[in-house]
Structures are given as structure tokens and as C-alpha cells.
Design a protein around this ligand. Sequence first.
Ligand code: G3I
Length: 392
Amino acid sequence: MVEIDARQRLKILIGGVSLLALGNCGGGGSNTSTPTPTPTPTTPTPVGYQPTSGLFRNQYRNNFKIGSSVQTFHIQNSDPLIDVLKDQFSSMLAEYEMKPDSIAPTEGSFDFSTADTLVQFAEDNGLDMQGHTLLWHQSTPDYFFQGSKDQIKARLQNYVTEVVSRYRDRISVWHVVNEVISDADNGPAGPYRNSNWYQAVGSGEFIDWAFEAARAADPNAQLLINEYNTEFPDKRGRLLQVVQDLLDRNIPIDGVGHQCHLDLNDSAESVFAAIDAVDDLFAGLVNHITELDMSVYSDPGSCWETQTNCDTDYGDNLPESISKQQAQTFRDIFNGLILRPSVETVSFWGISDKTSWLNTIPTTRTNYPLLFDRDVQAKPSFRAIVDRFYEI
Ligand code: G3I
């Protein structure tokens, strides 16, 4: 394992550069709302601000793609958020349907039905498709971890080969491994999460196996390691240590996915520090923001561990000050990301507040983490990102 030396670690810990939040200088797109379209008799007349079609993706088309996670039933139910996806986004990824639990619930058989639906939808609607995720310690049947090391390796590489080959040249970016880095310093598995994968294999070699099989199955796809809390220097240091080791051993990795599940305690600068740390150390790698959302709660760790001392539920009464703070932070983030050419996609983990995982994790509560409200209407956070003249 390559140790990052003191100078490099100091560089990582210093983090990124604090940037002036510049006015959005993304190209194209009108900043004026279009007149409310005359709705067909079966749909309610939309109220409030109606963004011009394509406004969001066009604003940033010279910087990065704009993505969101989606679930098949949103499409099957013609959820209005799908209209927003088609109208405003340029990339998508499966929130669940491309995980091992969904594709290979029983050993020896594959069910690509829901994944195929999403990939076909992306192609039919001109959206780029990312593959989330080939290897994770969650949403993975237990049989993946059974048998000898060689059997586990063969099973994993067969799975990765089956999945990536099926979507060769149709999925441009794969989250090859997800959340394989330890949350704690000096854990039993060193920089690695002491997961079912690590315990079954006895090392981080499973990461190598996944990347090598993915590269062989689709040489044109971008291969990422995807991780949360890269905004925090300690976890970021462990991630970069693992990435350095992969590169030193010529394991085929192309970039880092930063999940960016933020809350109101997080700053735009902490996101930039994550991007800049990768850029500083690994000039040849790319960065993707893969699961962006911003909880309106700033819960202590106990809320995540034991659902205790969680912030009080706002219910239907989110204070305007919180809404404004979220909008400003999202604006600051986008103003800084457009200054970082290594960022290739900014994907949100959902479009509408109503479907966010944060309404049930870490506790059941009304959250407001995304750009569109429960009626799938654009929030101040959306307007702050697409309209530099919008006063928050
Ligand atoms: O769709 C099936 C349904 O057919 C079945 O009857 C039901 C019974 O269990 O399960 C349904 O699947 C659920 C799926 O979401 C779709 O709703 C799974 O149980 C549930 O575990 C799954 O949760 C997802 C979770 O990852 C685990 O895969 C969340 O939607 C998703 O938001 C969350 O996303 C993760 C990222 O992948 C990694 N980063 C963190 C992020 C949040 O936890």
C-alpha cells in the first residue's frame, strides 16, 4: 500500500482553494421564464416559475452534463418528474435497478428487465446513461460473498462482464465500486471499509477484479470509484491513498465519483476541496458529482447511527431562511464547479423532494434536499443555479 507522504497529506488536508463565487458564466439559455404553456385538458396548469425547455442542461453544456437518479416506476407511472428529467437534464442513472440485488438476485440468473427499461428510456430521450453500481456492500445478495477467494473472484468478474458487456457503448460511465473506503482512521481494514467484500476476500483485491473485468468488457467506458464524504479531509485522504495504489499497480481507473450528499453545515468550498485534491494528485483522472442533494437538517452522528437526537421535523413548514440558504449554497457550488474542467457530470440523487431517500434516512421526516418541490415545481434552489439575476 502506497503511503501518501507528509507533504502530499498536508496538501490534501489543506484542501482546495476558496473561490470567489463568480456570476454563472455558463453558455446559452435564456434567463426569462416562458409564458405558461396552454396545458392539455388532462393536465393541471403549472403554477409559478416555468423554466424554458432545456434551460438547465444548456446553461452548463460547455461545463458538464446534468444528471439525476431515476427509478423505473417513475417512468411507468408517468410521474411529472420524468417530464422535468427529459426537459432539463442530459444524463441519468438508476437509483436501484442496476445494483446486484436487482440484476442478479439469485446466483446463475440475470434479470435485466428494469435496467433495460432505464437504458432504453435514456437512449429514446437523448440522455447519457451512467451505471450505478457494479460492486457495493449493500443491495448485494449474500451468495456473492460465499466460497473460496478464487470462486468469489470468478463470480464477481463474471457478473461484471455480463452487465458491462450488455451495455457496451450504451453506458458511458460506470460506478465500478461504491463506498469501499473506511469511515474511520486506523480501522481493521486500513483505508478500506471493513465490509462483507473485504472480509470475504481478506484484502482490497476485489476492487482490482471489478475494475479489470469492467475495462475488458467495455474499453470505452469511464470507470469510477464512487464515494461519499469526500468533502471531509480524513476520508478523502484514505480515498486518495487507495486511488494512488490502484494507479501505481496499473489498475484501470479513470476517475472519482463524489456522491456529495450534503447538508446545510457543508460549504461549497468543501466540495471544491474534494475536486481539487483529485486534480492536484492525479492530473489524468476525471471527477463526477454523482448523488448531489442537500438535506435541510444538520443531524448529529447519533441520528445516523441510532436515530437519536435528530433535528426536529419541519413538516410542511420549511423556514424561508433555510430555503434561501440552500439556494445560495447550490449557487456557490455551481459557480465553483464551472471553474473545474475535470468535472464531467453533476448528477442529483433525485429530481423532486417527494422521492428523496432523505425522507426516510436517517429518520422518517419531511426533507427538502433537491431542486424541485413535492409538486415538481422549480424551487429557489433551481432558479439560483440557472438564473444569475435571480435574487435569492
Ligand atoms: O423495487 C423493489 C420492490 O420491487 C420490492 O418489492 C421492495 C421490497 O424490498 O424493494 C424495492 O426496492 C427498493 C429500492 O430502493 C427501490 O425503491 C429496495 O428495497 C431499497 O433498499 C432501495 O433503496 C435504495 C438504496 O440505495 C439501497 O439500494 C434507495 O432507493 C437509494 O436512494 C439508495 O441510494 C444510495 C446509493 O445507491 C449509494 N449512495 C447512498 C444512496 C442513499 O442510500
